[in-house]
Ligand binder design. Structure first.
Ligand code: HEM
Length: 511
């Protein structure tokens, strides 16, 4: 025991060479991280400010953490071929997602990444685009209803049902119709599971799968987990049977599709000549269901929020739509037209700079690493603070100014590791093209149909600045935003960035 204590002491001593908040014995900084995901995010930014916008260390009980926000160090970590193990925080996802692409490592991750990559070939994306368009049209109908009489409503909540429908259609080839049935058991189970994981992530006891068994909410969690597992397993089994029937008899039923869903790619894939097992397919489908809807909800909702707050930017997005679609303004935009929406691209980039759907990702050191001269001990969690990049004056001058033009190709020649909403290197986001296609398809349709307004007229920006001054000291935040509104989205984050209190807007139908 003494040996272990001494070993641990030397690792902590090494990490303590970094700046970081003063830590208590045993607890470390666990008592300072806050009780909600928004408090946690604020704390991470506060420590970042106190560390002079550089890397720092945090000790959470026995867990040693390094928080990295320096672009050079991020480049080292993300391009490393060996530093690819996910941190223990992802273990919480194991009962639900098993070891799918997001959570696996080593040979399994390698082989699966290879067989899954072709699922995002542009021909397949074109097929997925049909589902995206269909669901966007329905979304517009839903928005028409809730926005009547200038009503203020939670756009983020509405978006969640849309992205769930898109991911079920494309990943499994099954339409659950979440937009009509908010109380569908799968919809509720999804929401409950995402909430559960966010809340557990920074609870020192509930974070461990073993100790969580003794928590009062464990039975409810098991029920939710079973709902998700049963549903997805049933879809896989039925789809497998249908595929067999189709090949034998050319028959079709409700589970058969002319279009290829992600699940179909998996069913027809082999590794070393053998098909994937039911469990492997379950893990990958579940991973896509999770990664593919919570992230896009955040991206769509924050982009539309930016347009509501910045009418001048919205006007330019609208003008581009008019110019590209001309006489077919009310129709669905084609795959090519979506690709041509360059100003909208810049707006989405700016939105992901300020509101990245995945604000932080984490790795675990399997051995000692020398990262640009700083030695990181084995078994340390490295938190890659992607969101901090967007607020760093060194990388983005005047960072609180919302300015899509900063993404203009002629103005910009930047180190790619200064902007990482989709991460980078071998473990970057495999769904990036899918995500951007979906966000553009939805936002384009919303902006063509409605004028997007803030919940109260006076909240619209007149000076081009954001209302989020996260990354400044508390005093500076109060000075920059002396009159906060109850409608200002409270940013919260563990796995994905959300507005804890919703994103409230109004929509007015365009003539
Ligand atoms: C705006 C939307 C999205 C953003 C900002 C985003 C961002 C990210 C980031 C930062 C990672 C790295 C995570 C890590 O290292 O822990 C990641 C990984 C991943 N993403 Fe996305 N994502 C988005 C949408 C999607 C979609 C739509 C899908 C699937 C359809 C998807 C599937 C995945 C998968 C499977 C991984 C794990 C890849 C691996 O480890 O090999 N993502 N994403």
């Amino acid at each position: 025991i003494l040996y272990l204590e001494v070993k641990n002491y030397s690792k902590v001593k090494q990490l303590n060479k970094l700046p970081g908040p003063p830590a208590l014995p045993v607890l470390g900084n666990a008592h300072q991280v806050g009780k909600t995901p928004s408090e946690l995010l604020n704390k991470l930014f506060q420590w970042w400010v106190e560390s002079d916008h550089g890397n720092y260390r945090v000790l959470i009980g026995p867990y040693r953490n390094m928080v990295v926000s320096d672009a050079k160090d991020l480049e080292y970590i993300l391009t490393s071929k060996s530093l690819i193990d996910k941190s223990d925080i992802y273990d919480m996802l194991h009962p639900w997602l098993g070891t799918g692409l997001l959570t696996s490592t080593g040979r399994k991750w390698h082989t699966h990444r290879k067989i899954i990559s072709p699922s995002f070939h542009f021909k397949i994306l074109q097929n997925f685009h049909v589902d995206m368009n269909k669901n966007s049209n329905k979304f517009i109908e839903k928005l028409r209803k809730v926005s009547q009489h200038d009503s203020i409503f939670d756009f983020q909540d509405m978006t969640h049902y849309l992205t769930m429908d898109v991911i079920c259609d494309t990943a499994m080839g099954v339409h659950i119709n979440a937009m009509d049935h908010h109380d569908h058991k799968l919809v509720q189970a999804f929401k409950d599971m995402c909430y559960n994981i966010n809340m557990r992530a920074f609870h020192p006891l509930k974070r461990s799968n073993l100790l969580y068994r003794f928590a009062p909410d464990y039975p409810k969690y098991c029920k939710v987990l079973k709902t998700l597992q049963d549903f997805i397993n049933e879809v896989i089994t039925k789809r497998r049977e249908t595929l067999k029937l189709e090949t034998m008899e050319g028959e079709e039923n409700e589970f058969s599709r002319k279009k290829q869903a992600f699940l179909d790619t998996l069913l027809s894939s082999t590794i070393d000549g053998k098909p994937l097992t039911q469990e492997e397919i379950y893990e990958e489908v579940s991973t896509f269901m999770f990664e593919g809807h919570d992230t896009t909800t955040s991206a769509v909702a924050f982009t539309v929020y930016l347009l509501a707050m910045h009418p001048e930017i919205q006007r330019k997005v609208y003008a581009e739509q008019k110019q590209l679609l001309g006489d077919n303004f009310k129709d669905e935009a084609t795959f090519q037209q979506i690709a041509d929406m360059q100003y909208l691209d810049m707006v989405i980039k700016e939105s992901l700079r300020l509101y990245p759907s995945v604000p932080i990702v984490a790795r675990r050191t399997d051995k000692e690493y020398d990262i640009n001269g700083f030695v990181v001990p084995v078994d340390t969690t490295i938190n890659l603070f992607l969101m901090a990049l967007g607020y760093n004056e060194k990388y983005f001058p005047d960072p609180y100014r919302v300015d899509p033009e900063r993404w203009c190709a002629t103005k910009r020649s930047q180190n790619p590791f200064e902007y990482l909403p989709f991460s980078a290197g071998p473990r970057n986001c495999i769904g990036q093209k899918f995500a951007l296609l979906e966000v553009k398809t939805v936002v384009s349709k919303v902006v063509r149909t409605f004028e997007i307004l803030p919940p109260l007229d006076e909240l619209a920006s007149t000076d081009g600045y954001s209302r989020h001054f996260i990354g400044l000291s508390q005093a500076e935040q109060r000075e920059r935003l002396p009159n906060p509104s109850k409608y200002d989205p409270i940013l919260s984050a563990v796995l994905t960035l959300k507005a804890e209190n919703g994103i409230f807007l109004r929509l007015r139908e365009r003539p």
